[in-house]
Design a protein around this ligand. Structure first.
Ligand code: FMN
Length: 379
């Protein structure tokens, strides 16, 4: 009896079984490796967000000021900054290696991010008893904060620094009380920067239309999607390895291995993204528009300061906020958006939805020692 055919059949079947089992194990192993249940993300990230001590002195105080600055909002969480410390000043410098050439070709959002960091630093410095004096980046590519002596200014905005976040969840639609809207509208501005809060349904729908047009353009552009993917952190292991970028869990998305995440993002239909953001915008009872009289480095820094003040004020009022900047990021839409918003000659810079939702996981930050410029003689 010739057993060869049956042996051959059996061994092929076994081989396929083995292959399936091996494949499943490999995929399971990869998922287990990527999601790393032994790493505690929340504990690690809580370290960077510890309460900022007002009583610290010397080097510890300078480090806390820099840490406060790094907790600010920034484009794609690139953290595009470096800090140089001298005995009585901190200088904030752009980090060219962390530019976003596709979504931010003129470094507009990079300088807005530095403005956000500046405002956090100023709020913290005042709480620590300084009367800080700012030199804006007119003559150089640097923002310098001189730490002059002053009286300590307690402020709810200081306590809000480690708590603020860009909350990307859908909001619950609950309206913001008029008294809180008045507090937001009454916030101090920077010279040349305006902030308007729009609560009317028609106005919010107009903003939604431009966000949709922006999403349709951006997600049809492979360069935009590729750049986004390089800053996405699809799981805890990736987020903790770099301590920067957009960790999927912070936006309410599941942890996946990179090879899966990349495919999902690259395969996102522009309309899918537009619909998701439209629903988020419609869930928000108010939208803030920040605009500036000029469109240059100093205006961008001052825009960042006003946004950060807004974000800290809303955090102190337990109101959540998140950006939807597509109508400004897509150059072809900006002028039409400016007109539709009735901004006159002011240039739109930022679009922010506001409302109520649960807090999301916190985004990571690099530790102070990784953002110090050389030389920082005090550290
Ligand atoms: C200038 C600027 C533009 C931004 N644009 C967007 C945006 O269009 N969509 C968005 O979801 N987040 C946007 N962000 C938010 C950042 O992604 C967020 O600040 C960063 O990931 C850090 O997270 P955190 O603010 O929760 O700490 C922007 C932030 C800045 C400063």
């Amino acid at each position: 009896m010739n057993t060869t055919p049956s042996r051959a059949r059996l061994s092929r079947r076994s081989f396929l079984k083995l292959l399936a089992a091996g494949g499943a194990t490999a995929v399971g192993g990869a998922v287990f490796y990527e999601t790393t249940p032994w790493l505690n993300y929340d504990q690690d990230v809580a370290l960077s967000r510890q309460t900022i001590a007002v009583g610290a002195t010397g080097q510890a105080r300078m480090r806390d000021l820099v840490r406060a600055a790094t907790l600010a909002a920034n484009g794609h969480n690139t953290q595009p900054w470096r800090f140089a410390i001298t005995p009585d000043a901190i200088t904030i410098l752009p980090d060219a290696a962390r530019r976003l050439p596709v979504v931010d070709p003129h470094d507009r959002e990079l300088w807005i991010s530095l403005g956000c960091a500046l405002e956090n630093l100023l709020v913290a410095a005042r709480a620590m008893g300084y009367a800080p004096e700012v030199t804006y980046p007119e003559a150089t590519d640097a923002i310098t904060v001189r730490l002059l002596p002053g009286g300590a200014q307690a402020s709810p905005l200081f306590a809000a620094i480690p708590l603020r976040q860009n909350t990307r969840a859908p909001y619950n639609g609950q309206p913001i009380p008029v008294a809180d809207l008045d507090r937001i509208q009454g916030m101090p501005r920077e010279p040349g920067v305006t902030l308007q809060v729009r609560t009317g349904a028609a106005e919010r729908e107009m903003v939604r239309e431009y966000v949709t047009l922006g999403n349709l353009r951006q997600y049809a552009d492979t360069a935009f999607v590729d750049e986004l993917i390089t800053w996405l952190r699809f799981n805890k292991r990736e987020a903790l390895a770099t301590l920067d970028g957009l960790y999927t869990r912070c936006a309410g998305n599941p942890e996946v291995p990179r090879w899966i995440g990349q495919r999902v993002v690259a395969g996102t239909q522009p309309q899918q993204q537009a619909d998701a953001d439209a629903a988020k915008l419609r869930s928000a009872p108010a939208v803030a528009l920040i605009a500036s009289a000029t469109d240059d480095k100093v205006a961008w820094v001052r825009t960042g300061q006003v946004y950060d003040r807004l974000a800290l004020t809303t955090t102190a009022l337990n109101i959540k906020s998140a950006f939807l900047n597509q109508p400004v990021e897509v150059a072809a839409l900006r002028a039409q958006f400016q007109q539709a918003c009735g901004l006159g000659t002011a240039t739109p810079q930022l679009v922010v939805r506001m409302g109520y939702a649960d807090t999301m996981p916190r985004s990571p930050r690099r530790p102070v020692e990784q953002v110090l410029a050389e030389p920082s003689p005090q550290i």
